[in-house]
Structures are given as C-alpha cells and as structure tokens.
Design a protein around this ligand. Sequence first.
Ligand code: THU
Length: 140
Amino acid sequence: MIDVKVLIDKAFEAQQFCYTPYSGFNVGAALLCDNGNIYKGCNIENAAFTPTNCAERTAFFKAISEGDNKFTAIAIVGNKNGLKPGEGDFCAPCAVCRQVMAEFCDLDTFKVYIAKSRDEYLEYTLGELLPLAFTGKDIK
Ligand code: THU
C-alpha cells in the first residue's frame, strides 16, 4: 500500500476537473489497483440530473475499461466550490458508489479513505460502509 497521503493528493488533482454547473459540489477520487496503478475520477453532472456520474464511479469505470479490476483502496475528497482543502467536511461515498465498489472489491480488505486534507482523513473498510451487502453471490 502506498502512502495514503499520495492517494489523497491524487483525489485533489482529480477534483480540479469536476463538471458541476448544477450543484457546485466538487468531488475527486483516486482508486488504487493492486498492481500500483491509480485511476482518478471526478463527478460529471448533466442538465437532466440523473445521468450525473459520481467521482468514485468515474474512477472505477475508467479502471475497468482499461483492464484493471483488482482494487486496494480509494481516496475521496469533496467540497463546495471555492473551499480550499481542509475547509470542507468529510465527503462519504453515496450508496450507489458503495454498491459499485461491492461489485469489484473485497468487503473486508478494500479501504475507503474519506479525506478533508492530506492530514485529516477517516479510514473504513468497504464492509463497514456497506453492511449486509447484496452481491453476486446472493443471486447464484
Ligand atoms: N457526488 C459524488 O461525486 N460522489 C458521491 O459519493 C456523492 C455525490 C456528486 C454527485 C453530484 O455531482 C454532487 O456530488 C452533488 O450530489
């Protein structure tokens, strides 16, 4: 596992590219693969609202579409327009993003870092954030 601070830095890098004309709420994510690759994602909004894609899912879909599908951790940052790192609150992943994570990640070992700044972050396993997860094994 790389230093969490490096992953948080990448999430802030991703946040710069958010397309958020409707909410003004900017989320960045950095997804670490077991081979060391990191995929960055931002939220991308839409005038019709429902096509909006969260930062976390952007990162996952980028990785999977490039052939990477083994994941170790994700760092997430989010705040309203105009706030500097550390000024906002912790931005927890939405339930849809947690469900997408559960499709591809181990509930007990995949780590979710919810960060305000590179020094202030919360650490959870995916299983802690999505108890009693519904996954592919439930429909076998
Ligand atoms: N958003 C994310 O990108 N990730 C989350 O997990 C929570 C919500 C985005 C979606 C929308 O563009 C904005 O934040 C406000 O909901």
